[in-house]
Design a protein around this ligand. Structure first.
Ligand SMILES: [Zn+2]
Length: 91
């Protein structure tokens, strides 16, 4: 199970996210920040490089995954953000 580290571009929080597989990590959008629920998170690339050395992503796949994440981060469903914010209000 790949574990990627992300940094929140809004509040600066660094957190780890567990993916069920490398494929899911590549296909999935960046996780939202657990602190401020911002979708503006960025994978810490050094962590990917370590996993890549273990037979994970090739540099080309890393670049593609990063580009896709950046694209998806801009189109994170508003519904998902609202759900997270609503959840915080209830708690
Ligand atoms: Zn944050």
């Amino acid at each position: 199970m790949p574990i990627y580290e992300y940094t929140c571009l809004v509040c600066g929080e660094t957190f780890s996210h567990f993916w069920p597989s490398i494929k899911a990590a590549v296909a999935g959008s960046a996780p939202v920040c657990p602190i401020c629920a911002s979708p503006q998170t960025q994978r810490v690339i050094s962590q990917v490089a370590v996993l890549g050395g273990l037979g994970g992503l090739t540099p080309g796949e890393q670049a593609a995954a990063k580009a896709q994440e950046e694209r998806l981060a801009k189109i994170t469903p508003q519904e998902q953000i609202d759900k997270l914010r609503a959840g915080k209000r209830r708690v």
